[in-house]
Design a protein around this ligand. Structure first.
Ligand SMILES: [Zn+2]
Length: 305
């Protein structure tokens, strides 16, 4: 094979949109367990993030990092490092509260606070947003208007997964432009293949790799978390005197997140042989050109038309 042929083949690889929800698993689990000291930084995040950044360097990949405000507040040096290594800072809200459990005013305040923390830490105003647990649904169509008013250009909170309650209907599996009252907002939905959510999380860890690869197409969104790249098993550290019930809950949360976790890095390496892994800001122009001609609107029933 001639050298020139190789270059053409490499540059012609289709792109996947790579996203990371940057949050501290230990912090969120300790909060869920109701432990009083949950709001402290855990050193595992540093190890996880460096493993992830090294893997992305190895794969020559760029990612959009949806940064959780309360995690940024504890780990500014890590966030600086993420941006220094060429990744896009984006917004994952401040306190990891589900959107459908907030009023519009609470949601706005949470996003404003998060965007400020991200801008302060990175010097860049985030223009992409992802809701905690993909929680923009039929009950919260107002969330899109809030995001557009705050200057966001893109949302990536849609994942057509049965685990998400009251999710929006007729969701496309490709990027689309959502028409709002005064403007529009890009939506980059997380990858699905027919009824299968294949963009990340437990499906990505537990489905056969062949099935995931068969369903991927250009500009599909993948999403991961730093904890999926930890070299050590995930286990909530509990204080000595906790109830048996709490201990069992902590064990269950760890078991679920550990299942198949070691596969994530090797699967990502495999996928990177076929696809370029790019951040959202690297793909906006191409996506606009390919998908910009048609807009969708959200009906009062919460279905895209
Ligand atoms: Zn999250």
């Amino acid at each position: 094979m001639q050298a020139g042929t190789t270059v053409v083949a490499v540059s012609a690889r289709p792109a996947l949109l790579l996203s990371i929800d940057f949050e501290d698993w230990h912090q969120l689990v300790h909060r869920r367990l109701g432990l009083p000291d949950w709001d402290r930084p855990y050193e595992a995040l540093e190890r996880e993030t460096h493993a992830l950044l090294d893997l992305l360097d190895e794969l020559r990949a760029s990612a959009t990092f949806f940064l959780l405000g309360m995690t940024v507040a504890h780990h500014r040096e890590l966030v600086t490092e993420i941006v220094r290594r060429g990744h896009e800072p984006a917004c994952h809200g401040y306190a990891h509260a589900r959107v459908y459990e907030q009023t519009p005013e609470e949601f706005r305040a949470d996003v404003v606070r998060a965007a400020e923390v991200v801008e302060e830490a990175t010097g860049r105003r985030p223009i992409a947003y992802r809701a905690p647990a993909f929680s923009i649904n039929r009950r919260t169509p107002w969330a899109y208007d809030v995001l557009a008013e705050l200057g966001f250009r893109c949302d990536s909170s849609q994942y057509d997964s049965p685990r998400i309650p009251d999710r929006i209907g007729a969701m496309p599996d490709q990027p689309y432009r959502l028409e709002l009252a005064d403007t529009d907002l890009w939506e980059f939905p997380v990858a699905t293949w027919g009824p299968l959510p294949i963009g990340g999380g437990s499906y990505w860890r537990l489905l056969p790799a062949r099935m995931i690869e068969a369903g991927l197409r250009e500009f599909a969104v993948l999403y991961f978390h730093p904890y999926e790249f930890d070299s050590q098993p995930l286990r909530a550290e509990l204080p000595p005197k906790v109830t048996r019930q709490l201990r069992l809950t902590a064990a269950r949360l760890g078991t679920w997140r550990n299942a198949g976790r070691a596969l994530v890095a090797s699967r990502l390496r495999r996928v990177a042989r076929t696809y370029r892994l790019v951040s959202y800001d690297q793909a906006y122009d191409d996506i606009h050109r390919l998908y910009g001609a048609r807009t969708r609107a959200l009906s009062p029933e919460g279905v895209l038309v």
